[in-house]
Design a protein around this ligand. Structure first.
Ligand SMILES: C[S@@+](CC[C@H](N)C(=O)[O-])C[C@H]1O[C@@H](n2cnc3c(N)ncnc32)[C@H](O)[C@@H]1O
Length: 212
């Protein structure tokens, strides 16, 4: 699997990642009614590029990521940005459920395809969300495996049917999936664009018992 601790220091050096996060934040703001009272979780936050772009539009923001290296950088970025409503923690909800206060909104950018058990993660995110609260996930549209190295063990994007079924099984209603943006990467010396969807849903019903 990708060693994100190793990538953390250099993660923000690629300006395309900051621009991608800025566009993702705008896409979320166009799809979810953001309020300055909202408590928000950014899952798989990395260095917090998305959260930093959203933090001024919500009440409180918690960044969570399984990589301690990424979270170290995220804490530096939070301090540099002077954000008093944002914190960052190391954590993996597929290992341990969320124990803190629930959230009004969960956001995530380009993290889902790295998580083996997506069904379990969505259920844990649903459990960490207030009934009626929102989730907004941006990740890869189905791709042919070119986005990562050939030995990548994660998901090669997600079809809309897979997303709809997984969100519904995790206890979300009003699922919508739309094209949101593209992300560029060099493949065999050629610049390629990969589609990124935005999936939104609201936690309406309790999760089904053990859908995974
Ligand atoms: C491709 S990076 C995206 C980082 C950031 N969202 C961005 O757009 O710049 C994927 C992130 O997901 C995190 N991640 C992977 N598996 C995870 C898991 N099971 N729980 C929490 N974070 C995870 C990685 O540590 C990494 O920071």
């Amino acid at each position: 699997m990708t060693d994100f601790d190793e990538l953390a220091e250099g993660w923000d050096a690629d300006p395309r990642r900051t621009e991608r996060a800025r566009r993702a934040a705008d896409a979320i703001a166009g799809a979810v009614p953001l309020r300055d009272s909202m408590r928000v979780l950014e899952y798989g936050a990395g260095t917090g590029l998305l959260g930093i772009a959203l933090a001024g539009r919500v009440g409180e923001l918690v960044m969570l990521d399984s990589s301690a290296g990424m979270i170290d950088v995220a804490r530096t970025r939070i301090a540099e940005s002077g954000l008093s409503n944002t914190t960052a923690e190391v954590g993996d909800l597929t290992e341990h459920p969320w124990q803190g206060e629930p959230f009004d909104l969960v956001v995530s950018l380009m993290a889902l395809h790295h998580v083996p058990n997506v069904c379990l993660l969505l259920r844990r995110l649903s459990e960490a969300t207030r009934p009626g609260g929102w989730i907004a996930v941006l990740d890869l549209e189905p791709e042919g495996g070119e986005y990562h190295d050939p030995d990548f063990e994660g998901h090669h994007g997600f079809s809309r049917g897979t997303l709809r079924r997984a969100f519904a099984a995790a206890g979300y209603a009003h699922v919508t999936v739309r094209n949101a943006l593209t992300t560029d990467r060099e493949v065999d010396g050629i610049q390629r664009s990969f589609g990124v969807f935005l999936a939104t849903a609201q936690r309406e019903t309790p999760p089904r018992p053990d859908p995974c």
